[in-house]
Write a protein that binds this ligand. Structure first.
Ligand code: NAP
Length: 339
């Protein structure tokens, strides 16, 4: 007997992603009785899940662990009727309405409105000991973790604006910051370069690659190689900060939503994407602030915008819902992993 095709389900609002942007959007949307469905992404929770102490999220004077903050947000959203589907969106069709999302796990999801909150992931160097020491001296977020490096010596990697900004920021706490960059010139804007070059706590190692980070429980050194000479050296530092860019998690929306040259969603009027009824929240388009609290704020804005949009499009949405039957759906545009 042939397996039966799972029945599509219809929701008013689908939220893709379950970091602070997606979960805050869910809290607002569920309180507005939109009964949103959060397709969490797997693993769920976003970058906070790999963050230890969060000390700059308001409301937690003693600080809070990243994963615990995610759990609290998720519980708060569930309390008001948010439903969660622990899956990745593997394909979308935003040319039809209701929009179609395919997780490959359940039947297709038809949504009157969508909030994309899939975030961005920091790039890592794939060093042998990098992941083991992540949270124990290895970090990709100076704003989050710089405070824990008072009086320490640090290596910061990268030659862009982020590296200059993070190195400069880290000197508020650190004894010294050595910027290691693989080229002889920086790509950072002149003003950011100047600021870093003038800072007496910052030194530069050009034409150099980081080969490993050392330490059993915490970082004790960083191995670098001077590329022209091939000379290897171990810098005795207690921190390694990576500032080599982020990759937005937008692959599944490529071809369906407008992206900028770096793959971030393009938005207008803060949260509106290139498709009417599809909104964006958090790091998936904000490559400037990239904070849990700013992502949460953008999640709030996206939910309010989606709610308003749904109210304004109540009638057309209802009519279209009847017209677009399950048999008439055009083929899904993209078939890629969302993360
Ligand atoms: P970016 O401009 O892409 O710079 C990334 C840096 O990391 C580059 O120097 C690159 O080296 C290096 N890098 C990349 N992969 C590497 C690897 N595997 N090993 C070693 N080095 C590697 O990224 P960003 O600095 O995060 O900036 C992203 C965007 O945000 C930019 O448009 C930037 O202007 C903007 N931004 C602005 C501000 C501000 O205005 N306040 C602050 C931060 C960021 P190469 O140079 O060799 O490619």
């Amino acid at each position: 007997m042939a397996a039966s095709t799972p029945v599509p389900r219809h929701v008013r609002l689908a939220i893709v992603g379950s970091g602070p942007a997606g979960l805050t959007a869910a809290i607002y949307a569920s309180r507005a009785t939109l009964a949103p469905l959060v397709i969490t992404g797997v693993p769920s929770g976003g970058q906070l899940m790999i963050t230890t102490d969060v000390e700059n999220y308001p409301g937690f004077p003693e600080g809070i662990q990243g994963p615990e903050l995610v759990v609290k947000m998720r519980e708060q959203a569930a309390r008001f009727g948010t439903e969660f589907l622990d899956a990745n969106v593997r394909a979308v069709n935003l040319n039809v309405h209701p929009f179609v999302l395919d997780t490959g796990l359940t039947g297709l999801i038809h949504a009157d409105a969508v909030i994309v909150a899939t975030g961005a992931n920091a790039r890592w160097l794939d060093l042998p000991n990098e992941q083991r020491l992540r949270g124990h001296g290895v970090s990709a977020c100076a704003t989050c973790d710089g405070f824990f490096f008072k009086g320490k010596d640090i290596v910061a990697v990268g030659g862009g604006d982020s590296a200059m900004e993070e190195a400069t920021f880290l000197t508020k706490f650190a004894n010294s910051v050595t910027v290691v960059h693989r080229r002889s010139d920086l790509r950072a804007s002149k003003i950011m370069q100047e600021r870093a070059r003038k800072n007496p706590k910052i030194q530069f190692r050009f034409d150099s690659a980081v080969e490993d980070v050392l330490g059993s429980d915490s970082v004790t050194g960083v191995v670098i190689r001077h590329l022209p000479s091939g000379k290897q050296e171990t810098l005795p530092v207690q921190g390694l900060f990576l500032a080599i860019g982020h990759d937005p998690a937008t692959e599944v929306f490529r071809g369906a939503l407008e992206l900028d040259e770096k793959g971030y969603l393009k938005t207008t009027d803060v949260t509106r994407t290139s498709v009417d009824g599809v909104f964006a929240a958090g790091d998936v388009y904000d490559h400037r602030y990239r904070q849990a609290v700013s992502a949460a704020g953008l999640g709030c804005m996206a939910a309010l915008d989606a709610e308003k949009w749904l109210q304004e499009h109540r009638e057309p949405v209802a009519q279209l819902s009847r017209v677009v039957g399950t048999q008439q759906l055009p083929p899904i545009a993209a078939r890629r992993e969302s993360r």
